[in-house]
Design a protein around this ligand. Structure first.
Ligand code: FE
Length: 305
């Protein structure tokens, strides 16, 4: 038992107007669901009310990650498991439940201090079908058999790999996908660990680095490769800052490129990630992040302060 999907991501942004344009018609193609009274901008990519909440609080980093469990029983079991493991768990307030659009949530932190939430009962808007804000064929958030795969994946900077692995594997119930020894290509970065909690190859990955932010990048998976291709050239034509050009990853086989978000962290825009069937998967190791491509782009924009 464990979490089953990365359901929502809260980001604290400083330049809200630039973000709104970037996330919708400018680049990503997400749909704005609503703007709350406190200025929070909700963005959707499928039937869920939102997958991203942009808060005008200026951190330019993640402010929480929300993980889904199938229902109330699993929710209570996870809360108990966390408490038994000595993790300080805070129940979500009525205001937070209303803000996240879920039936219930708990809040806690991982060993690096990453603010995490587990929830059940997310609001879905089937009566208001998802409409991409650009002419794209939408985002892959489910396997072909309907299994929930969440909003994508994220790579996080953490302080202590051993403690992080133990927490996410033994308490949150994630399974190791593979390892990439980054030292071969990028000396000093050590080994990144990739975890999954549904068929998506990885939902989170960790790089041990002492930097003042958690989020290295998050990934959005498109339904059509052409949408990655034409967005790649649209970004080049329009001077949207990129950090890595088109390439294919060794471990999840994602065909993707990397944009620099208005908050300075990266966003991977990809297609074709391979899926994991736990009955057949064996943990693997890689010494290169990419089969080809993903070369650094020199003109990458400077991170926001
Ligand atoms: Fe990625």
């Amino acid at each position: 038992m464990g979490v089953t999907a990365f359901g929502y991501l809260g980001i604290g942004v400083s330049d809200m107007e630039r973000w709104r344009e970037f996330a919708t018609t400018g680049v990503l193609g997400l749909e704005e669901t609503e703007v709350a009274e406190d200025g929070t901008v909700y963005l959707r990519m499928d039937e869920y009310h939102h997958r991203f909440a942009l808060h005008p609080t200026g951190e330019n980093d993640l402010v929480y990650m929300g993980f889904e469990v199938p229902g109330e029983q699993a929710f209570e079991e996870m809360a108990q498991k966390l408490r038994k493991s000595g993790v300080a768990v805070t129940p979500g307030t009525e205001e937070e439940k209303a803000n996240r659009k879920v039936v219930d949530l708990i809040k806690f932190k991982d060993p690096s201090g990453i603010p995490l939430e587990i929830y059940h009962g997310a609001l879905q808007l089937w009566e208001r079908p998802f409409k991409p804000s650009r002419n794209i064929a939408g985002f892959k958030t489910k396997a072909d058999d309907g299994t929930q795969m969440g909003l994508g994946h994220t790579v996080l900077f953490i302080k202590d790999m051993k403690a992080t692995e133990a927490f996410w594997r033994d308490i949150l119930g994630m399974k190791t996908s593979d390892y990439i020894d980054l030292d071969f290509a990028l000396p000093g970065l050590g080994t990144a660990t990739f975890f999954h909690c549904n068929p998506r190859h990885h939902t989170v990955a960790f790089v041990e680095m002492n930097v003042p932010r958690f989020l290295q990048h998050f990934m959005l998976e498109l339904n059509e490769f052409d949408d990655v291709g034409h967005t790649y050239y649209k970004c080049q034509d329009e001077g949207v800052p990129m950090s890595m050009n088109l390439g294919k990853h060794t471990n999840d086989h994602m065909l993707s490129f990397y944009l620099v978000s208005p908050s300075g962290f990266d966003i991977e825009y990809g297609y074709g990630g391979r899926l994991i069937d736990d009955s057949k998967w064996t943990v693997q190791k890689h010494i290169a992040p990419s089969v080809w491509g993903h070369r650094p782009v020199q003109s990458a924009g400077a991170p926001a302060s």
